[in-house]
Design a binder for this molecule. Structure first.
Ligand code: ADP
Ligand code: G6P
Length: 458
């Protein structure tokens, strides 16, 4: 069996109980896939050193090896905070208004991709499958080829792919996408993102696109481009749900809600997640319906993310102001309607919180997939399941069609969805949940990784 070499910016070993949770979907998913498959997980250590050396730190845990390198402060600024999170992330989430196009960011991004290629090459053996993750490394395949690597190399993009009209605003967009065509397989979270990618290749690169076969041909190379919707590690998550930690978390939340219906949101504090819009929807619900303070409790768990980037500082300030204002207006002496919590929780605790909540509110403005929606479904009590309200702009909406789907920008629609969810009869809740749960259980992270790896083997 071929070894798997996974490359991602963040390498995180889930420490299980009490692990900090602000790591996002990629880390959670790769932990699941590598535990199953074994191999090496290569990436940034998260540490900075004054001068880059490329020295590898190797460690072994959970059945796989991690190999990490430190970066220089300038790398982190230009590649991670800069090109990855001030240029590509906003552009790929349709926030062209927030995208910053600075030359230094682009140069830093290319420099770090080259550094990663250099450090990775000595680790790779001839039969290894190299699987690169996410928007931090779009040109890494091309860099590895430039160093003579002949192995099969795949890329999976965890975030959306933007419409061509937006992407062409990026300086050197052609160079970036042409570099991507040095991978053997490129995977997307949904058919919508895949279609946008194929559209770009056809229109801007004049490449040969075969939609049936899912291939793109340019300059004598053929690349497979397909949708591989990611899932959660269902088995592992359900096992966590059996623990005393999960049970205690559930009891604690239900008890403290004092008979109110609990609505839960769990998101990295990111402008793509639609958090201020959720409060606007709540505002309408509280304004139009009597006595909501006695009926509803909204818990928003939102660990801070990418705190050196200004747009993230701004979204945090906006949310603090909005929740403060909301609670000021709607609290009673002994009841506060929004609990806004800026920290991570262990995954077992999260399971308990999801289960305690009768409504899961997952309303990103754009999201590659959104694993929180799937975790919420998995954690429900089959005999008395809660209702998932899901943005139609999340990749997950292509699969989770039995959720209450909403346009997160239409506050009235979200308000109505909340009202519908509060009153949904048990039979309907059960029927929707059964359909949702079948998808979440059957299309898990293990089958996702297997599908991608099969395609990568060629
Ligand atoms: P993204 O990848 O953009 O962060 P996803 O919804 O796909 O969004 O994945 C988020 C992952 O991070 C989920 O597995 C979720 O459980 C986890 N997570 C988010 N917030 C927390 C938190 N406060 N504590 C623990 N885990 C969290
Ligand atoms: C999303 C991205 C990941 C990223 C994660 C957390 O899931 O797709 O690549 O790791 O967010 O963001 P961070 O910048 O903290 O790694």
């Amino acid at each position: 069996m071929s070894r798997l070499i996974v490359v991602s910016n963040r390498v995180s070993v889930d420490k299980g109980r009490g692990a900090a949770g602000a790591q996002g979907g990629l880390a959670v998913a790769m932990n699941g896939a590598l535990r199953q498959h074994g191999g090496i997980w290569f990436g940034w250590s998260g540490e900075e050193v004054e001068h880059f050396t490329g020295q590898l730190t190797m460690a072994r845990s959970n059945g796989f090896t991690t190999a990490t390198i430190d970066l220089e402060p300038q790398d982190v600024e230009e590649y991670y905070n800069g090109y990855a999170n001030r240029t590509l992330w906003p552009l790929f989430h349709y926030r062209i208004d927030l995208a910053e196009y600075e030359n230094e960011f682009g140069m830093g991004y290319e420099r770090v991709n080259e550094r990663f290629a250099n450090s990775l090459i000595p680790l790779v053996e001839p039969d290894d499958l190299v699987w690169v993750q996410d928007y931090h490394f779009l040109p890494l395949g091309e860099r590895l080829r430039a160093h003579g690597l002949k192995n099969r190399i795949g890329l999976f993009l965890h975030i959306p792919w933007p419409p061509t009209r937006l992407l062409v605003s990026l300086p050197f967009h052609e160079r970036l996408v042409k570099a991507m065509l040095h991978y053997d397989v490129i995977g997307f979270q949904s058919f919508e993102w895949l279609e946008s990618f194929l559209h770009y290749c056809r229109k801007e690169l004049n490449a040969g696109v075969d939609e049936q076969k899912g291939t793109v041909e340019l300059g004598g190379r053929t690349v497979v481009a397909r949708a591989f919707p990611i899932g959660i590690d269902h088995k592992e998550f359900m096992a966590l749900g059996e623990t005393e930690v999960a049970r205690r978390a559930q009891v604690r939340l239900v008890g403290s809600a004092r008979s109110r219906t609990v609505v839960i949101g769990v998101d990295r504090l990111d402008y793509s997640k639609g958090l201020p819009e959720r409060i606007d929807a709540m505002e309408r619900l509280f304004a139009t319906k009597d006595d909501m303070v006695n009926r509803l409790l909204y818990i928003q768990i939102a660990p801070p993310s990418r705190e050196d980037v200004r747009s993230y500082q701004e979204i945090r300030a906006t949310l603090e102001q909005k929740t403060g204002q909301f609670n000021g207006a709607h609290s009673d002496v002994d009841l506060v309607p929004i609990r806004y919590v800026n920290r991570g929780f262990g995954r077992a605790e999260l399971f308990g919180f999801y289960r305690a909540a009768k409504i899961g509110l997952v309303t990103p403005i754009r999201d590659g997939m959104n694993l929180v929606a799937k975790e919420y479904v998995a954690a429900q009590d089959p005999e008395d399941p809660g209702v998932l309200i899901l943005s139609r702009f999340a990749g997950a909406a292509e699969q989770l069609t039995d959720a209450v789907l909403v346009n997160p920008l239409n506050h009235d629609e979200v308000t109505r969805a909340l009202w519908t969810a509060i009153h949904m009869p048990l039979e309907e809740r059960k029927a929707r949940w059964r359909a949702l749960n079948a998808v979440v259980r059957d299309r898990d992270v293990i089958s996702w990784a297997e599908d991608f790896i099969e395609a990568l083997k060629g």
